[in-house]
Design a protein around this ligand. Structure first.
Ligand SMILES: NC(=O)c1ccc[n+]([C@@H]2O[C@H](COP(=O)([O-])OP(=O)(O)OC[C@H]3O[C@@H](n4cnc5c(N)ncnc54)[C@H](O)[C@@H]3O)[C@@H](O)[C@H]2O)c1
Length: 327
């Protein structure tokens, strides 16, 4: 277990989930936030080593690593500072809201070999990892087609959504950069690099207080495979449905509530889906798993965490959907 000292930058909605996860994973944790009220709340709630204001005034030499959980426009500048100073970092998704500075950051981390990753959380979750292992083990033969639907009643889970980054284009909000980017990460992990794509997207349900889209339907090619992605953030039922169509059958990852995920396989047209795996209560450990994987990365062990290069490809794909899509 890695037991370093990490600086969590941004003690907002998601920073407050990562702080206890890093503590539980055995790290010493300090937090920084420009908002004194948020910082105070984090100080009161968690056993922090220290608290700081603006990231740009913190001496990073005191830390073994940095976790960047500010809104997306600050990810690349903050990660670039870490890379320049040789400090390992984990940065929240999406990598950015534009391609500005991304190439230079890639050169820095790949040239100086700074351990770093991007927090597409599902890569650390056992059910998603198992699904990938089964696929790669050839359980349904060669996969030709991937069908993804990840949709939920977002306002129920994030009641302040219209006042957060989600509601604003310039902050990396909206269904494509916020949720579809997670799905693109899964598709590239399971099938290969995003190559080309198009999208129909728009605001079907959310009100005028939200400027971003709540729905996207995406078609794309990943590693030569055909992929469809559907996501909306207003439907009432919770749904994570990933189906891979192989030459010897279909394999499906299905979660219809936030507690249970199942992996099912069908090998013929009899209507029978065999449940091959069932996972329960994974959500509470999403961030802990990622903190543990980041520790493994710093120990030089292999991890499934998303590389910066993969996150850059993901960003390029998502930005192209927004530029070239229909609304
Ligand atoms: N992996 C996931 O499943 C997941 C879930 C939710 C959000 N996110 C991502 O996490 C990021 C943050 O989202 P959030 O909902 O926590 O946002 P938020 O606005 O609630 O919190 C961000 C915090 O960063 C602070 N901040 C900004 N500039 C700073 C600086 N210079 N120094 C120190 N602190 C600074 C802000 O004051 C704020 O408290 C976004 O990129 C979002 O996409 C990821």
């Amino acid at each position: 277990m890695f037991e370093g000292h990490i600086l969590v930058v941004g003690a907002g909605g998601i920073g407050r989930k990562h702080i206890p996860a890093f503590l539980k994973a055995g790290w010493k944790v300090s937090a920084c936030d420009v908002d004194p009220e948020r910082l105070g709340r984090a100080r009161d709630a968690f056993a922090l080593e220290g608290t700081f204001g603006d990231f740009w005034n913190v001496d990073l030499r005191d830390f073994d690593a940095v976790f960047i959980s500010t809104p997306a426009p600050w990810h690349v500048p903050m990660a670039t500072r870490c890379a320049e100073e040789g400090i390992p970092f984990l940065v929240e998704k999406p990598l950015s809201v534009s391609l500005g500075g991304v190439e230079r950051l890639l050169e820095l981390v790949e040239g100086n070999v700074v351990p770093c990753a991007v927090g597409f959380t599902r890569r650390s979750v056992p059910s998603f990892r198992r699904f990938g292992e089964l696929l790669k083990g050839g359980v349904v033969g060669e996969v030709k087609l991937g069908l993804f639907n990840i949709s939920q009643d977002y306002p129920k889970y994030r009641p302040d959504y219209s006042r957060t980054y989600f509601a604003r284009e310039d902050m990396g909000g909206g269904c494509i950069l916020d949720v579809v980017s997670h799905i693109v990460d899964l598709a590239q992990w399971y099938l290969g690099k995003p190559e080309e794509g198009g999208a129909l997207y728009g605001k079907l349900s959310f009100g005028p207080e939200v400027e971003t889209e709540d729905t996207a339907i995406v078609l794309g090619k990943f590693g030569g495979k055909f992929v469809s992605i559907v996501s909306n953030l207003f439907q009432k039922p919770y749904r994570v449905d990933v189906e891979m169509v192989g030459e010897e059958g279909n394999i499906r990852y299905l979660a219809e509530d936030r507690g249970i995920s199942r992996i099912l396989v069908a090998r013929d047209d009899s209507g029978t889906w065999e449940e091959v795996e069932r996972f329960q209560g994974e959500l509470r450990d999403f961030y802990l798993r990622q903190a543990e994987e980041f520790g493994r990365l710093l120990e030089g062990k292999p991890t499934p965490l998303t590389t910066l290069r993969e996150a850059a490809d993901n960003l390029m794909f998502c930005l192209s959907l927004k530029e070239r899509g229909w609304t």
